[in-house]
Design a protein around this ligand. Structure first.
Ligand code: ADP
Length: 316
């Protein structure tokens, strides 16, 4: 990240004031979030054979994440960000190694197949995401954070249990903007459950066949909301994993997922829908507390608190 008095025009040179380097990438940030929330987390993806990779691995492992990354001959993915003093920014993302993840290896499929939760973001090719979602055990929950915005392959959406999007991403997926309740209702035509995050307004949890539930954000003084969504997604996944454990689903292969139950019409699956809604609301409350702490600190991954910090803040 480079700071400059203002963003240069094409062909112009300006003097910058500050250069900093931060670990990032949505997958990495969310894995760090899940790890700090106490979930047994495995991170699958690709890194280059370079200094950036070494720093990312240190960050991930520091959060307790089991890193099963491949080493690509291409450089680690990077984002080159210029921030002007007026707060404007321009960003160039170079996917690098991330673009090489076009399908999963047998070992990676095995990791997914033995997990209770699969959480994906859109910074790797969709072919590998479809591959991963297909590898998920029938009782596992497949979560897609459809960020950054890009067209989502219908084959992928058909495999998703819970779609997590902010208002912009929801509007992009719907093709137009609308009030939150309407956005969620329209997305429910494509997936069984939606978590719509609304910044300082909190989030809306919608499950097909149930009334949506609003989870208000904490009233805090935000100093840096970069990565608020990543903090939220990682914590949400970790808490869903915890509730799966409490429901006595020690291995992922038992029970039916909402992919199977949520799609069938009629009332016989209302119990499953109600259970998923309850788990999602409770996970969203925890994720809301995590992201409320994260936005009060500068940075993205580095600002995500541990589960203990969250519990302490709630007790205070
Ligand atoms: P994204 O970073 O993907 O755009 P949001 O801005 O919707 O995601 O933020 C995700 C979550 O982080 C929100 O649902 C909310 O719980 C929390 N959050 C974001 N901004 C604030 C804020 N200013 N104050 C309190 N909580 C916030």
């Amino acid at each position: 990240m480079v700071r400059a008095p203002r963003i240069p025009r094409p062909g112009e040179t300006v003097l910058g004031t500050d250069v900093t380097e931060h670990p990032g990438g949505k997958g990495s940030n969310q894995a760090i979030g899940a790890g700090r929330s106490g979930a047994q987390t495995v991170f699958v993806g690709a890194l280059g054979d370079d200094a950036a990779a070494a720093r990312l691995l240190t960050e991930l492992r520091g959060a307790g994440v089991d890193t099963r990354t491949r080493t690509s001959p291409v450089a680690t993915g990077t984002a080159w960000i210029t921030v002007g003093d007026d707060g404007e920014n321009v960003i160039i993302v170079v996917p690098g190694a991330n673009a090489t993840v076009t399908e999963l290896t047998a070992a990676e499929r095995e990791v997914v197949a033995t997990s209770r939760i699969l959480l994906m973001q859109q910074e790797i090719p969709q072919t590998s995401m479809v591959d991963a979602a297909r590898s998920a055990a029938p009782g596992a929950l497949v979560l897609l954070n459809a960020a950054p915005t890009r067209e989502v392959d219908p084959d992928l959406l058909a495999l998703v249990d819970v779609l997590i999007v902010n208002e912009h991403e929801a509007a992009d997926l719907n093709g137009s903007s609308a009030p939150a309740g309407e956005l969620a209702a329209r997305l429910l035509e494509q997936v069984p459950a939606v978590v719509l995050t609304l910044g300082a307004q909190g989030s809306l949890i919608a499950v097909r066949g149930s009334e949506p539930v609003a989870v208000p954000a904490h009233r805090v003084r935000a100093v840096d909301t970069t990565g608020a969504g990543d903090a939220f997604c990682g914590a949400l996944a970790a808490e869903l994993d915890r509730s799966a454990g409490e429901l006595g689903r020690p291995d992922a292969g038992r029970g039916r997922s909402s992919r199977e139950t949520g799609r069938s019409a009629g009332g016989s699956d209302s119990g499953a829908a109600g259970e998923l809604l309850g788990r999602l609301v409770s996970a969203a409350r925890f994720a809301t507390a995590v992201s409320a702490l994260a936005v009060q600190r500068p940075g993205a991954a580095s600002s995500i608190p541990t589960r203990d910090e969250v519990l302490k803040s709630q007790a205070a």
